[in-house]
Every structure is written in C-alpha cells, then in structure tokens.
Design a protein around this ligand. Structure first.
Ligand code: ADP
Ligand code: ZN
Length: 297
C-alpha cells in the first residue's frame, strides 16, 4: 500500500519483548495497515520497522511508541528515548526515539507499553469518560500504567507496578520467577510463573486448574493495593493470561474479601474489567498519543 496523497497519517510502534506491532492510521485513527515482527536485535527489528513506515513518509505527521522497559522518559535526561536496563541484553541502552527520528523528522511520543494501552482504553475503551485509569498487562511479564486527568502518573521514572510485593498463597510452594524479587506480582502471576509452577503453559491448563485460584489470589492483591493507593475509576487487566476469563471472576471474589468493605468501590463488573479494545489497546493508544504529540509540538 502506498501513501494517500496529502492526508495526514499517524504511526504506532508497540515494542514488546516477543514481538513488535506497527500500524499506520488516518487522521481519524482508522488503521490502514498493520504488521508484526519478532523482537530480535535492534538492528534487525528496527530496519523492518522503519521500512514499514517509509512508503508513508510524505503523509506521516507523528509516531507513537509504547515500549517494553525500563525506559528513560525524563525529557532533560541525555538518555531520554532510550530503553535502559532491560534484561534483553541486545536492547540495553538502545536509543529508540533517536533511531526513529534519524529517519523521520516528525514528533515522536514515547512511553511504556502499558501506558500506551492505558491511553488506548482511556480514549476508546473501558476508560472512556474516566478521570483515573489503571491498566495492567498479565503476560510474559507484568506491567502497569496509570493515568490521572489525561496524563500519565510518573515521577523520577515511570511506575513499575508489576513488581509490587504480594503475599504468597498458603497452598503455593513456588518460590517465584522474578530475578530481582522472587515473590513479587510478576514473579508469582506472570505467564512464565504459571508455566514454571505447573509445568504447563497457561493456555494448556484446564479452566478448573488450581493455578487459577492462585492467580486470582495474586491479582486480587494487585487490585487491592491499586485501589487503596490510587482509588482509580477503573482497573483494566489485559495480556495473554487474562484470556482465561474465569480468572477475572475469581479475582473479583477474592478482592471483595480482601477489601472487607473498608472503602466503597464502584460496582465490580465496571471496576475490574478486561480491555474493551482487547489486543488493540496499545496500538490505539500509540496512535492517539502520536496525534496528540503532533498537536502540541
Ligand atoms: P507478551 O506479554 O509476550 O506481549 P502475551 O500477553 O500474549 O504476550 O503473554 C504471553 C504469556 O501469556 C505466555 O506466558 C502465555 O503462556 C500466556 N498465555 C497466552 N495465552 C494464554 C491463555 N489463553 N491462557 C493462559 N495463559 C495464556
Ligand atoms: Zn519483581
């Protein structure tokens, strides 16, 4: 497909640990084309990414990037736009924004993959009309992004909510998968944690498997901590593991028990939800951020 005359277009780069998803959309954020590449080395993967956008160069007005991290988001930092201390060695200290800007001299929005997904849900999904939205992805890793009044919550860096500490379930002997903390949320409840504990991938486990009781116990603690720290309007759980819909139901039950009516929360079926945009939350978030960025620069 080639560029469409003088119509403005926006690009999205969702950079995940296993794959990159790139998309191009019209000004109305209607997606025209979307591709996916495996995450290998920056040289190999980024060559494919940049080649994908090249035919649209004339019309491209902004690109939004939602990246796995940790990433540097401090505008005044010399490493702004870099992926920093990731365990994926080939991507450590990779100048992501600089590499894109070298080829496309246009505004580039830069945030975490989960912030991008939170933004997508805020603009088009289950966070619409909310002033405060939290998004977690429960996949190969666990990450969280939070928004308040249209802005991401951040300070010296972006949040790393996926590494909150959790209490181990009394029936759980698994030590935890996180190389930094062992028994943190990611260590106990990510896809690889389920696989190491049970010997099977989550997608191959029965709906009744006892893993899901453990999973719900950890996600309920996550919802509990998030509720008491941020009192958001909605908490959205996405990622591969949440394809097990029984997990969300159990999570709500355990959450209610943990909270023990200490605070009054929104009705649980509206408060603890899966993404309305399903797997597209990140792409739409990147596109919306690209468009915003273009308006502000
Ligand atoms: P990533 O985090 O790599 O971007 P995903 O969000 O799909 O990708 O997460 C992948 C993880 O989710 C894997 O550990 C996989 O076993 C697990 N997973 C994927 N699909 C399911 C499913 N239907 N049920 C349970 N776990 C799943
Ligand atoms: Zn951890």
């Amino acid at each position: 497909m080639s560029e469409r005359g003088d119509e403005a277009m926006f690009g999205s780069i969702e950079a995940g640990g296993t794959k990159f998803v790139c998309a191009i959309a019209t000004e109305e954020l209607e997606i025209m084309e979307r591709v996916s590449f495996p995450t290998t080395t920056p040289k190999e993967t980024m060559t494919k990414v940049l080649e994908f956008f090249k035919p649209y160069e004339e019309s491209l007005k902004g690109i939004g990037i939602g990246s796995f991290g940790p990433i540097d988001i401090q505008r005044e930092s010399p490493l702004y736009g870099y992926i920093t201390s990731t365990p994926k060695l080939a991507w450590q200290n990779f100048d992501f924004v600089g590499t894109v800007k070298e080829v496309f001299a246009i505004p580039v929005a830069w945030t975490t993959d989960v912030n991008a997904a939170a933004y997508g849900e805020y603009v088009f999904g289950n966070g619409q009309g909310c002033s405060s939205v939290v998004y977690y992805t429960i996949g190969t890793g666990i990450g969280g992004g939070a928004m308040q009044n249209g802005r991401f919550i951040e300070g010296f860096s972006h949040p790393e909510m996926g590494h909150m500490l959790v209490n181990r379930h009394e029936k759980d002997n698994y030590e935890g998968n996180c190389p930094f903390h062992k028994c943190c949320l990611e260590g106990m409840a990510s896809g690889p944690a389920i696989e190491k504990r049970s010997g099977k991938k989550g997608q191959d486990l029965n709906e009744e498997d006892e893993q899901w009781e453990l999973e719900a116990y950890y996600l309920a603690q996550c919802a509990y901590n998030t509720t008491l720290m941020l009192s958001p309007d909605v908490i959205i759980f996405g990622g591969g593991v949440m394809k097990q819909r029984q997990v969300l139901k159990k999570t709500k039950e355990v959450f209610k028990e943990l909270l023990n009516d200490y605070v009054e929360v929104p009705e649980l079926d509206r408060y603890l939800v899966v993404p309305k945009l399903e797997d597209n939350a990140g792409t739409y978030g990147c596109l919306a951020l690209a468009k915003e960025q273009q308006l502000h620069s």
